[in-house]
Write a protein that binds this ligand. Sequence first.
Ligand SMILES: NC(=O)c1ccc[n+]([C@@H]2O[C@H](COP(=O)([O-])OP(=O)(O)OC[C@H]3O[C@@H](n4cnc5c(N)ncnc54)[C@H](OP(=O)(O)O)[C@@H]3O)[C@@H](O)[C@H]2O)c1
Length: 332
Amino acid sequence: MKATLRYLAGIAGPSGFGSNSTAEQVTQNCSSFLPSGLTALITGGTSGIGAETARVLAKRGVRIVIGARDLKKAMKVRDNIQKESPNAEVILLEIDLSSFCSVQRFCSDFLALDLPLNILINNAGVFSQDLEFSAEKIEMTFATNYLGHFLLTEMLLDKMIETSKKTDIQGRIINVSSVIHSWVKRHGFCFKDILNGKNYNGTRAYAQSKLANILHAKEIARQLKARKARVTMNAVHPGIVKTGIIKSHKGLITDSLFFIASKLLKSTSQGAATTCYVALSPKTEGVSGKYFTDCNESKCSRLANEESEAQKLWNNTHALIHKRLHQATNNM
Ligand SMILES: NC(=O)c1ccc[n+]([C@@H]2O[C@H](COP(=O)([O-])OP(=O)(O)OC[C@H]3O[C@@H](n4cnc5c(N)ncnc54)[C@H](OP(=O)(O)O)[C@@H]3O)[C@@H](O)[C@H]2O)c1
């Protein structure tokens, strides 16, 4: 109740920001202490929250690499950013997060540029009402929202650790999750069933992928701490924003709910605020394995907080991805 009132009134939390803070506001004072030459890689930067995140980080002087499956769309985003910030450096590289091969190709293209990597924002996401499968025959929502980002993070982790050592700047990884993760109960989170799309329901599949995003962030944060690496990893819920992903939730009930709830929706710039806050704020320096909403540390579900669940998911995912990559190499 208290949290709902705080959300509606936009009351600031301990960070000094709240539900109605925008990405520009939360990064306004960053430029004065921000190290120069930061590089951020963002997936799903072609629309919605990702495009706004890219715009605001670029405005703060961060070099942006956008991973996009549609390069024409990405070029428009780059043009808009450079119209506003003519000196912004925006690099576009192709990636389809639903495909392990595409993620691998993207990582070798990015690593070949020999750029530093300070910030990785795993933002791309899909919602699909109908059961679809990826090139590797895995349920599409889980493949895109979670598995693709798992492989991307794994392949770029050494680069981030190396950058943090060379530059003496802490690296930051952010998984864009959702409050909907809390809808998933333990009995509804079976790795094998999720991969196969058993008894598919679009909303459930989306929620499962978002729970996986938080467990992933927590497990990698734990591994990074054990390695004494100066890289953090956190998860965020951006708030409910009427972007492309929400427009895919068609139907009378959803439409009516959104009509009723339209006053509660955030603008895209408010939706990008939590990501930008965790990416740049000095207050989140050294904070790792946490979940943020409305630019403040927040509680995730009990299941999302379970270390054993996070480790089990990591083991299953790691084994699956490497088995599939091995098979792909053998079939070549
Ligand atoms: N909007 C909300 O209310 C809300 C609430 C909670 C969490 N989120 C999360 O916020 C993140 C951003 O979503 P959004 O609301 O900004 O939605 P959006 O406007 O639909 O943006 C989604 C982005 O993901 C990209 N994408 C989708 N599938 C991809 C693939 N296979 N490979 C590469 N990129 C792909 C899209 O690229 P294309 O331009 O090519 O389609 C687009 O850039 C998502 O992770 C979503 O789950 C959103």
